[in-house]
Design a protein. Structure first.
Length: 238
């Protein structure tokens, strides 16, 4: 198998420290009590579970990951991308829906062309507004968000409930929904190979324990296990 995506799939901050912790990844991780997709598929060979995700990746970087996947020839590919396209320093820096649609569609076309027998699971981007909801009342969470400068398009000034602030958050949420719709449509064009989670990840109501206390942005070890379960249940072999 091969896992494509960003720092969520690299399991950044999942081991109670900053940085990648790939053994805890929902997709290709090997940690105890995880039940990753790799573990569910019974892939024990260290050379057969490839985590090709790149921390910080936006959808524009997916094409290079697809090329890397084609080189290893997996039978199963997971794709979770898009959080960094919406989590920008401000709204103006978010990836446009048109750019996202084109880049994702081209990458998926190439993936299907290069791996015509592979099962491809495409996941929706999580609901970033849910992250704001579960952390906005917690002083320590707000402090860490400010310290890291995390996802300012959504998380800037988290205690501000003015109409303007609420409208900004809703626009970011709508952008994520548009990305998810674009990925679902692209997947539907390759229905023989591709399965979209139909917003299972986006709709999941995670809580603060699913978020790493290192940065209160990436999934914790529990959050990675939760993501593995939600994604699996929406996939090819629920």
């Amino acid at each position: 198998m091969a896992a494509l995506g960003d720092s969520i799939t690299r399991a950044d901050a999942a081991c109670d420290r900053g940085g990648d912790c790939v053994e805890a990844s929902w997709a290709a991780g090997t940690a105890d009590n995880l039940d990753s997709h790799r573990q569910r598929l019974g892939i024990d060979d260290p050379a057969a579970g490839h985590n090709l995700a790149v921390s910080g990746a936006r959808v524009a970087g997916l094409a290079s990951q697809v090329r890397a996947a084609a080189e290893v020839g997996p039978e199963y590919v997971t794709v979770l991308i898009g959080a960094n396209d919406a989590c920008a320093v401000d709204e103006a820096s978010m990836t446009s829906v048109e750019e996202y649609t084109d880049a994702f569609g081209d990458a998926l076309d190439a993936l299907v062309r290069d791996l015509p027998e592979a099962h491809i699971l495409v996941l929706s981007v999580p609901d970033l507004s849910r992250l704001w909801e579960v952390g906005k009342e917690q002083p320590e969470v707000r402090r860490i968000w400010k310290s890291y400068g995390s996802c300012q398009s959504m998380l800037a000034d988290p205690g501000n409930t003015s109409a303007a602030a609420e409208a900004r958050r809703e626009r970011v949420r709508a952008r994520v929904q548009a990305y998810n719709a674009a990925m679902a449509a692209a997947c539907d064009r390759h229905a023989e190979n591709c399965r979209h989670d139909r917003n299972a990840v986006f709709d999941h109501r995670f809580d603060l324990a699913d978020v790493s206390p290192v940065d209160y942005w990436h999934p914790s070890a529990r959050g990675q296990a939760t993501l593995a379960r939600v994604a699996w249940e929406a996939g090819f072999w629920p």
